[in-house]
Each structure stands twice: as C-alpha cells, then as structure tokens.
Ligand binder design. Structure first.
Ligand SMILES: NC(=O)c1ccc[n+]([C@@H]2O[C@H](COP(=O)([O-])OP(=O)(O)OC[C@H]3O[C@@H](n4cnc5c(N)ncnc54)[C@H](OP(=O)(O)O)[C@@H]3O)[C@@H](O)[C@H]2O)c1
Length: 249
C-alpha cells in the first residue's frame, strides 16, 4: 500500500482553523492520521472544528496571532511540529486612493507579519522537527489583480516571496516551504469578497470553468505538501483555481 500521503505520527499546526479553509485543512489532516494543533480567535467556531477532528490527542487554543504576547504564549505551549498550514487571513477591499497607513498595517500584520513572526519564533524555540513542511495560503489575486484588492493582493505577493526565501535559507536543514495559491473558494471570505466587488455568485462563478472551489480542494493539496509524497518539493507555488487562469490569459 502506498502510505506516502499519510500523515500518521505527524504533529500539524493549523492556524485560522475556526473557519473556511483552515477548518477543512484541520479536519482532512486528522482523517489522514495527523495529531492536530489548531488555533483561531472565535472560541465556539474553533471548538466546532475541534469536535469534528478524527482520532485522539488533538489540541486547541484561542490565540490572536497578531498579538505578540498571545502568539508567544501559544508557541511556548506547543510540542515540536512536523508541519504548519497557515490559513489566517483577512480581506479589505478598497480603492487605492483611499488607502491609509492604518489599513496597510491591519492587512499586513494579519496576512503577512503573523506568518513571519510565527515561523521565526517556531524556529528559535526549536518547535519545528527536522524535515518539517510549511504551507502558506497565498491567493491567485497576487497574480491576477481585481479592483479594490491592492492591499490583500500585495500581502499575498509578500507571503509568496517570504516562503521562497525560507525554502532557500532552510533547505540545508530539510525544512520545506511552499504556498498554495487558490482562486475563489466557497468560505465566509468568499461571501465578504463578493460584497466588496459588488458581484453575485452567478456573475462571479461564470469565470470558473470548473466552478468555485471547495475547502476540500485546498485541504487535499495541503495534505500532499505536508506528506512525504512531496519530499522533493520546496519553494514552489501550487495554483489551484478551477481553470480560472485559463479564462483571463
Ligand atoms: N476563500 C477564498 O476564496 C480564498 C482564496 C484565496 C486565498 N484564501 C486565503 O485562505 C486563507 C483562509 O481563508 P478563508 O476563506 O478560510 O477565510 P475565513 O473563513 O474568513 O477564515 C479566516 C481565518 O483567519 C483567522 N484569523 C483572522 N485574523 C486572525 C488573527 N489576527 N489571529 C488569529 N486568527 C485570525 C480567523 O479566525 P476567527 O474567525 O476565529 O477570528 C479565521 O479562522 C486566507 O489566508 C485567505 O486569504 C482564501
């Protein structure tokens, strides 16, 4: 039997696990045998995810990853991880002419700084086992902009550059780092984005030959990137877009 896609005996940290993609990533990883360490800010929704995990020995913690004290205490509480899927993210649709410093700070500290500071602390406190795999969730919007997406799209371009840098800098230790680059996936963030760009689901999904994605589509890719099956893959971006890019080329 091919067991390379299994996550048995792996400790996997999933951030943003209280909603959408992170929730499904956590559930799917538990179905593949991993021991999950999940975090989010909303207690009830995080607990819902926790109750849906398969198997035993999982761990949940409420943490605002933008808050330095909370982030530090959370990381200190962890054993060493074999993988991270960082799903924290916010959108803030806004025309470029209205962007102010406070908007940049809010989007960047959530979508970018949280990842950078999480990883540096995990490394300094030796909470990443040899041959760990880091997975960041970028967005196809970093490559195919939409009106109003300047801040969000820039934060995602930054995470892709950051991931490639980790991959290069840490390759000697066996640590791998990759991004998943989804197009639109049906989560609460999708509903929020539709409101921001003033399109209906029907109008928006017309651009997708294979329809809008499901959180499971992203979770399956995360499993692959966390597993031994992807042992020779690092510093790459895996686009998952239901054919969206084919329609805009
Ligand atoms: N959905 C899409 O179409 C799509 C497409 C491309 C990329 N992505 C990316 O995929 C990731 C997940 O998106 P999603 O659609 O699943 O969004 P979502 O349903 O809105 O979930 C976002 C998650 O981020 C958490 N979060 C936000 N700010 C946080 C903070 N300061 N500290 C800790 N957690 C925080 C939220 O926690 P609480 O709810 O508990 O506050 C929630 O669990 C994001 O990075 C997003 O940019 C999404």
């Amino acid at each position: 039997m091919n067991t390379q896609f299994q996550l048995n005996n792996k400790n996997i940290l999933v951030t943003g696990a209280s909603s959408g993609i992170g929730k499904q990533v956590a559930i799917s990883c538990s179905e593949m045998g991993a021991r999950l360490f999940i975090t989010g800010r909303d207690k009830n929704r995080l607990n819902e995810t926790f109750q849906s995990l398969k198997g035993k020995g999982h761990f949940q913690a409420i943490c605002d990853l933008v808050n330095e004290n909370e982030r530090s205490a959370f990381i200190e509480s962890l054993p060493a991880m074999d993988g991270l899927v960082h799903c924290v993210g916010i959108v803030m649709p806004m025309p470029v002419k209205f962007v102010e410093d406070k908007h940049i700070q809010h989007v960047m500290e959530t979508n970018f700084n949280s990842a950078v500071l999480l990883v540096s602390k995990l490394l300094r406190t030796k909470k990443l086992n040899k041959n760990s795999s880091l997975v960041f969730i970028s967005s196809i919007a970093a490559h195919f902009p939409y009106i109003g997406g300047a801040l969000y799209n820039s934060s995602k371009a930054a995470i892709e550059a950051y991931s490639r840098n980790i991959a290069q800098e840490m390759a000697g230790t066996g640590l791998r780092s990759n991004c998943i680059v989804p197009a639109m996936v049906d989560t609460p963030m999708y509903a929020e984005t539709l409101k921001g760009i003033k399109l209906t689901h029907e109008e928006y999904s017309a651009k997708y030959p294979l329809g809008i994605g499901k959180p499971e589509d992203i979770a399956n890719a995360a499993i692959f990137l966390l597993s031994e099956a992807s042992r020779w893959i690092t510093g790459t971006n895996l686009s998952i877009d239901g054919g969206y890019a084919l329609t805009v080329i």
